[in-house]
Write a protein that binds this ligand. Structure first.
Ligand SMILES: [Zn+2]
Length: 125
């Protein structure tokens, strides 16, 4: 029943808002909540505060996180391309698992690169 999970501490929740509140309170909104059934990802930024305001102050460790995300984009896009012949639901599921796995590892960029290399290797039969 606990379909929602926190990628930081692997805690499970039955309701999305519960999980998002947990993320806000425990991880300052930096964790990613995901639905284990659908693979859908939720971040606290999708609240009702119109998204225009800066969610974080100029100080803090955001730049590091943003930097990691920035470096994840390219291998992730390649991965998406490599999986383009996979059914969309399956692909979304797979990709979100990869992202979650990468983010919980000590080196997300390397982790996603490794996955990309594996996918490409298996594709070439
Ligand atoms: Zn958590």
């Amino acid at each position: 029943m606990n379909d929602y999970s926190c990628n930081r501490c692997k805690k499970n929740f039955s309701r999305k808002w519960n999980a998002l509140r947990h993320n806000e309170q425990i991880h300052h909104g930096l964790a990613i909540i995901f639905n284990k059934k659908t693979g859908a990802l939720f971040k606290n930024s999708d609240g009702s505060n119109n998204g225009a305001g800066e969610p974080y102050g100029p100080e803090g460790d955001e730049p590091v996180i943003l930097d990691i995300f920035g470096r994840l984009i390219q291998p992730f896009e390649e991965l998406e391309k490599a999986l383009s012949d996979v059914q969309q639901i399956e692909r979304t599921n797979y990709l979100s698992n990869i992202i979650i796995g990468a983010l919980s590892s000590s080196d997300p960029v390397k982790s996603i690169q490794n996955t990309l290399n594996l996918v490409i290797r298996y594709k070439v039969k």
